[in-house]
Write a protein that binds this ligand. Structure first.
Ligand code: HEM
Ligand SMILES: [Ca+2]
Length: 357
């Protein structure tokens, strides 16, 4: 089934796929890594994309939080040695896994990936890579979360090992400042606009208070909150995270709960805050950028996007132009999904996503 995506367009299909830019189509060398292809499994597993799509949609009915979980998973996979499903691997031998390093401790959705993989294995054993499953599932997740649908090439292969040290140091940190964020994205080929666009993923999902608790009371040992936080919003975040901050001697004031549309208690569960704390917007992404313009970003890193001239231009553009954001988000997700992919004869197709074959 190929009629689900936007129509063909050469610009859409020319998304870069770093590892094979030097491929020579006249070469007879079979060791030359292949390119990703449109509908790579059309002969080997024609139902693969449909199985993945239906599995994600079915799971989403009773676990809507798998949409943000998959969106975050593909980011954490592709940022570390490319989109090779390295993030899914259990520890091998004495080495660790990416899953267990601090930036990845709260990743979710591994069980659902395993479930999807088992359904695909039933249809076509040993054919469809975990890296493709992750990319296709994330695309479905974006669409289920109200975001755009984008075409994807397939034919990714899975890594032979996890990269826990890289994951520990190279996944962006919520306390990073703008120049650190820009440098991290630039080293993977994303410019400032694309970094701003990708952060729009923070329109959906949940954030544990521990990732922004330092902004609430004692920012950088000043014994003051982060001065860049809107005062009313500061109260709101404190209220939500109060229960999870036992070190407090006095409770923060509960006056002016905000936003008025919902009570703080409905916004938190076990020390977490909803990223769409103002309720789901009608336009995917717009509320995230609007809240940044009002100094209501949840993470320090989020709010940093308004501190640079270039990045602020894009925050403002996306806050006011939902269609522009949809288009740019689709493009940047395609680029993210193609980052340093492994293709045959490199890598392998795992039989279980957590174990090398
Ligand atoms: C500077 C870059 C980034 C930083 C510092 C960052 C940090 C974080 C943190 C701390 C959380 C909360 C995790 C938790 O509480 O369990 C989070 C959640 C999330 N992040 Fe990011 N992130 C960044 C970029 C991205 C990008 C580029 C994407 C995807 C394209 C993304 C997608 C998500 C999603 C969807 C969630 C919600 C996950 C869920 O609810 O399960 N993030 N991020
Ligand atoms: Ca990876």
């Amino acid at each position: 089934e190929t009629n689900n995506g936007p129509s063909n367009s050469s610009s859409i299909f020319s998304a870069p796929s770093n590892s094979q830019s030097s491929r020579n189509i006249l070469s007879s060398d079979d060791d030359m890594p292949r390119s990703l292809e449109y509908d790579y499994y059309r002969e080997s597993c024609p139902k693969a994309e449909q199985i993945i799509r239906m599995a994600v949609r079915n799971q989403h009915k009773f676990r809507p939080n798998i949409a943000p979980a998959f969106l975050r998973l593909i980011f954490h996979d592709c940022f570390i040695e490319g989109c090779d499903a390295s993030v899914l691997l259990d520890a091998i031998g004495g080495g660790g896994s990416e899953k267990e390093v601090p930036p990845n401790e709260t990743l979710k959705g591994f069980d659902v990936v395993d479930f999807i993989k088992s359904e695909v294995e039933e249809a076509c054993p040993g054919v469809v890579s975990c890296a493709d499953i992750l990319a296709l599932a994330a695309r479905e997740a974006v669409s289920l979360a109200g975001g755009p649908y984008y075409p994807l090439l397939t034919g990714r292969r899975d890594s032979l090992l996890p990269f826990p040290e890289l994951a520990a140091y190279e996944i962006p940190n919520p306390q990073d400042d703008l120049s650190t964020i820009i440098a991290s994205f630039a080293s993977r080929g994303f410019d400032e606009q694309e970094a701003v666009t990708l952060l729009g993923a923070h329109s959906v999902g949940m954030i544990h208070c521990k990732f922004f608790a330092n902004r609430l009371y004692n920012f950088h040992n000043t014994e003051q909150p982060d001065p860049s936080v809107d005062a009313e919003f500061l109260n709101f975040m404190r209220t939500i995270c109060n229960n999870s901050n036992p070190s407090l001697s006095t409770s923060p004031p509960l006056s002016s709960p905000m936003p008025s549309r919902s009570s703080p208690s409905s916004q938190s569960s076990r020390g977490m805050m909803k990223m769409d704390y103002e309720g789901p917007g009608t336009d995917f992404g717009t509320l995230y950028y609007r809240s940044l313009l009002r100094n209501r970003g949840i993470l320090f890193a989020d709010q940093q996007l308004t501190s640079g001239e270039n990045t602020k231009v894009w925050v403002t553009a996306y806050a006011t132009n939902p269609l522009l954001f949809r288009k740019e988000f689709a493009m940047v997700m395609m680029k993210l999904s193609n980052l340093s992919v492994l293709t045959a004869p490199m890598g392998q197709v795992r039989l279980h996503c957590a174990k090398v074959a």
